[in-house]
Design a protein around this ligand. Structure first.
Ligand code: ZN
Length: 455
């Protein structure tokens, strides 16, 4: 592990073990959100901002103080640690489970100088934040489910950072609970706090092999009960158009205007296949950017669908549209280049049905009704699933991400921690003395699996 130097240790001001074990999820959360970890898409290195290093160091120090093993910070600020198994001798070792959360916050809204406010026993109705924004149930219907709970917001001048420090705090609180004694028998857990999720650049640096888990869960979802094991199939493309310039006074029959072709391409996207007209399980073709001039233009498109076939259809539409542009404008060049993408995690996750089943079962054990949803985007778990580590996403309790009215009920974060404790217990299998124990009630494959996929 990376040793903390004097100055860094002073900066981190690590709580004592007793406090870390017993304080609960809220003090942890409040500590983490006060550190500015906003990531920066323009940053040269990963992590893209120095603030992420501060939280990396603090979390590593807290993991060590708490008594976790193998605490390490890699060259990209990713913190990993092990909660060793505590199973009695003779009991077979269950698979190693990974728990992941990202420690950066969105570049969309400032994360500097976050002043968290705890609104105790929320009574319903609008919450006016000191800096101006109003958290109003008219815009955020989920607030109705949080009446009576303690809601944390920022003061309205910044985001809160529940995305994903609620997940970080829930994982730390679950570790604390599991370390308090032998009450919950569990196998080894691998903990990972990752950087630069919001820029999509951090997760590629997580060494899946060294992480050593057989499956993992990102704790990065929203409302109580939220669970996802499906996300988009994604293909990002750039259409490069080369035109031919000519003096506008004598352009007839000579000029081929790349800007006009770019505009024609954007306008050709069918009205019912755009993100602004799609929801649920329908995919889309999104024109994300256009730039250029007469000689050269570039159109950036995002193709998204939950199904491979749907993505192929979108790509076929794009290829046909570009072919028609070429045919109509032989003097221009139109070239489609794939620039990136990601895969739906559903395939790799459903090949290990027990990964989702245990998550659903852990929620029920914690008194939470699972609410499966499909992520209309990508997740770090999608990238990990593609790399052989099936990684569905569980709720952390935060809502209204990437905004000044981001909020999280304390009790939902506590439930997230409780679900993780239950998950650790369930993966350890039934207690030998208790043949009717939790391990026996795992639902049949498919019962709570693919059929429950919502959207
Ligand atoms: Zn997140």
């Amino acid at each position: 592990m990376r040793q903390l130097g004097g100055a860094e240790a002073a900066e981190a001001a690590v709580e004592g073990r007793e406090t870390l074990l017993t304080e609960g999820v809220l003090p942890k959360f409040l500590r983490y959100v006060r550190i500015d970890t906003q990531s920066d898409p323009g940053g040269a290195d990963v992590p893209t901002t120095a603030g992420q290093w501060r939280l990396s160091r603090l979390l590593a120090a807290e993991c060590t103080a708490l008594g976790l093993a193998d605490v390490a910070v890699d060259a990209h600020g990713i913190v990993t640690a092990t909660l060793p198994a505590n199973l009695p001798r003779g009991r077979p070792l269950p698979p190693v489970i990974g728990l992941l959360a990202h420690l950066d916050t969105s570049p969309a809204v400032s994360g500097r100088g976050v002043r968290p406010i705890v609104h105790r026993a929320y009574r319903g109705g609008p919450l006016a934040l000191p800096a101006g924004p109003v958290l109003d149930p008219a815009d955020h219907p989920a607030l109705a489910e949080a009446v009576g709970l303690d809601i944390v917001t920022s003061d309205g001048s910044t985001l809160l950072g529940a995305d994903d420090k609620a997940g970080v705090a829930a994982i730390m609180a679950a570790c604390a609970r599991l370390l308090q004694g032998p009450a919950v028998a569990h196998g080894a857990l691998r903990i990972g706090f990752t950087t630069d999720e919001e820029t999509g650049r951090g997760i590629e640096f997580l060494d899946v092999e060294a992480f050593g888990a057989s499956c993992a869960y990102t704790v990065d979802g929203g409302a109580l009960g939220d669970v996802s094991w499906e996300n988009f199939e994604a293909e990002n493309v750039t259409v490069a158009i080369e035109g031919r310039s000519s003096h506008t006074g004598t352009a007839r029959g000579r000029m081929c205007n790349a800007v006009a072709l770019a505009a024609a391409l954007a306008a050709a996207v069918p009205a019912d296949r755009r993100p602004e007209t799609a929801d649920g399980r329908s995919g889309f073709i999104h024109v994300d950017a256009i730039d250029g001039n007469v000689e050269s233009a570039r159109v950036v498109l995002l193709l998204r669908d939950f199904e491979q076939a749907g993505l192929r259809a979108s790509r076929a539409w794009l290829d046909a549209t570009c072919a028609a542009l070429r045919a109509g404008h032989p003097a221009c060049r139109v070239e489609v280049r794939r620039t990136g993408g990601y895969r739906n995690m559903r395939g790799p996750v459903e090949r290990r049905p027990e990964v989702v089943e245990r998550a659903l079962q852990a929620m029920r054990a914690a008194g939470v009704t699972p609410r499966p949803s499909s992520v209309r985007g990508g997740t770090d778990g999608a990238r990990l699933s593609e790399r052989g580590l099936p990684t569905p996403n569980l709720f952390a309790g935060g809502m209204d991400f990437h905004s000044r009215t981001e909020w999280v009920p304390v009790q939902w974060m506590e439930k997230a921690a409780e679900v993780l404790v239950a998950l650790a217990r369930l993966w350890a299998g039934p207690e030998p003395a208790d043949p009717g124990g939790p391990g026996r009630s795992v639902p049949e494959a498919g019962q709570a699996g693919g059929g429950a996929l919502g959207g």
